[in-house]
Design a protein around this ligand. Structure first.
Ligand code: BGP
Length: 472
């Protein structure tokens, strides 16, 4: 058997979820409402005035009560790390309280106990599209500078409570999605079409300051903590070799790279200041903000699902499907059932781009294939023959190995949706990512039973052999 592998012995293999997509128990344990509780259709549909029964996230897959069983399944696969988010509104139900909700803190104590029992390293996302609804409705979310203080209080509470047990922290999930999904990503209640660019960019600034301030505080309170930023990566190819299309790629890339630039260099880059100038935006930046921003991250983490093309030709500027932001469909690539284009080499490209640009260790904290799985019975055992998911993950992991061979320092890989969960963009359960099938359907029916898919055993072998079992 091939025993050679480019993956270092310390490589952190695992999986990822987010509180709002996995936990359920949306009103238990003192939890307040989050923006997710009023987004029954994900990003694609409007928010509702209050939680509605068609919102699958209200129960999700009931990780809140089944976390011990699920973590035992992750351990059975050999996970070395598990990425999960802490629901901000479990800890601060409204978001602007001074004292935290003890029941919420105690729940995550129990989750950490289970992870420690199985020797699985926690990787905690502080804010994963779960802004307390009260902050959205009372302050209009991150458009209001006071959110920085509320987030600081929340982050400090987490570092003080869990700083000795959690080594890896991520400040905001996909911090570069705010301009595209202001309610979900920035807790901004004002409808997107009524927001000015100035308001959106000011909200972006507030989040970046909060992220940097949390980084400083973590280093003060939990000296062993490694703080990462988290961005949505979207490698971009020119639709044609014309210089105009190459410029369109540069502009699109810049709109996403600026977040990592600020987190790793500690200040806004020149091309971003040009953008602000051209839009006539005067950001309100205090001296304290500038000092805060100088506290840079220890590593950069990112999600990767797909790549896109860009063009300067208005005739060809069709918007393809995508993870929150899209681009022009690439005629050379296949797509998933949800239209997301499948490009394993894109992961090697973006790993090299980020490493060359920032020279910070990298962590792939989301990668996976959302697909319609069919539960079948084989020799009396219920399972899913998800060869398509095995192929997707195998091909992407082979490219991670190529990037490591290119000299890129990669800390680990947590596949997205290691267990079936509610999707973010469309709030569906039928868009399944997991190695573990959960018997729950889009109409809310199902027993919530868990079943190991074929990819469960496949991934366990990849981890056991530290990547040597991948098919290159
Ligand atoms: C990212 C989010 C994740 C996850 C992923 C897959 O934007 O960080 O929460 O949902 O997208 O997207 P979806 O669930 O829409 O298929």
């Amino acid at each position: 058997m091939n025993t050679s592998t480019p993956f270092p012995p310390s490589f952190l293999w695992g999986g990822a979820t987010a509180a709002n997509q996995v936990e359920g128990a949306y009103a238990e344990g003192g939890k307040g409402l989050s923006v997710q509780d009023v987004m029954p259709q994900g990003i694609v549909g409007p928010r509702t005035a209050a939680p509605t029964p068609d919102n699958l996230k209200l129960e999700a897959v009931d990780f809140y009560h089944r976390y011990a069983e699920d973590i035992a399944l992750f351990a059975k696969m050999g996970f070395r790390v598990y990425r999960f988010s802490i629901a901000w509104s479990r800890i601060f139900p409204l978001g602007d309280e001074s004292e935290p909700n003890e029941e919420g803190l105690a729940f995550y104590d129990r989750v950490l106990d289970e992870l420690e029992k199985h020797g699985i390293e926690p990787l905690v996302t502080i804010s994963h599209y779960e802004t307390p609804l009260h902050l959205a409705e009372t302050y209009d979310g991150w458009t209001d500078r006071r959110l920085i203080g509320f987030y600081e209080n929340y982050a400090r509470t987490l570092f003080e409570r869990y700083g000795s047990r959690v080594r890896y922290w991520l400040t905001f999930n996909e911090i570069n999605s705010l301009l595209h999904a202001p309610f979900m990503s920035g807790g901004i209640n004002t409808p997107k079409e009524e927001l000015s660019d100035a308001q959106l960019y000011q909200a972006m600034h507030h989040e970046l300051v909060a992220s940097a301030r949390a980084t400083r505080i973590a280093h003060e309170i939990a000296p062993n903590a490694q703080i990462g930023c988290m961005v949505l990566s979207m490698p971009t190819y020119p639709l044609t070799p014309s210089p105009a299309d190459a410029l369109a790629v540069m502009d699109f890339d810049h709109s996403n790279l600026v977040y990592g630039d600020v987190h790793t260099r500690g200040a806004y880059p020149g091309y971003f200041l040009r953008t602000l100038g051209e839009k006539g935006i005067e950001l309100e930046i205090t001296d304290e903000d500038r000092e805060d921003l100088t506290h840079t991250v220890d590593f950069v983490s990112f999600s990767y699902y797909m790549s896109v093309a860009q063009t300067a030709d208005p005739e060809k500027k069709v918007a393809g499907a995508g993870n929150i932001m899209g681009g022009v469909p690439n005629p050379t690539l296949p797509a998933s059932e949800w239209g997301w284009q499948i490009d394993p080499v894109g992961l090697r490209l973006v790993l090299n781009q980020f490493w060359d640009r920032w020279q910070k260790p990298l962590f792939i904290v989301e990668n996976g294939l959302g697909a319609k799985d069919e539960l079948v019975e084989v020799d009396g055992v219920k399972t899913v023959i998800d060869d398509y998911r095995i192929a997707y993950l195998n091909d992407h992991l082979v490219q991670v190995g190529e990037a490591i061979a290119d000299g890129v320092e990669v800390l680990g890989y947590t596949s997205w949706g290691c267990i079936d969960i509610v999707s973010a963009s469309t709030a569906q359960l039928s868009k399944r990512y997991g190695f573990i099938y959960v018997d729950r359907n889009d109409d809310g029916s199902g027993t919530l039973e868990r079943f190991e898919k074929k990819s469960f055993g496949w991934y366990a072998e990849v981890i056991r052999t530290n990547g040597a079992s991948l098919t290159r």
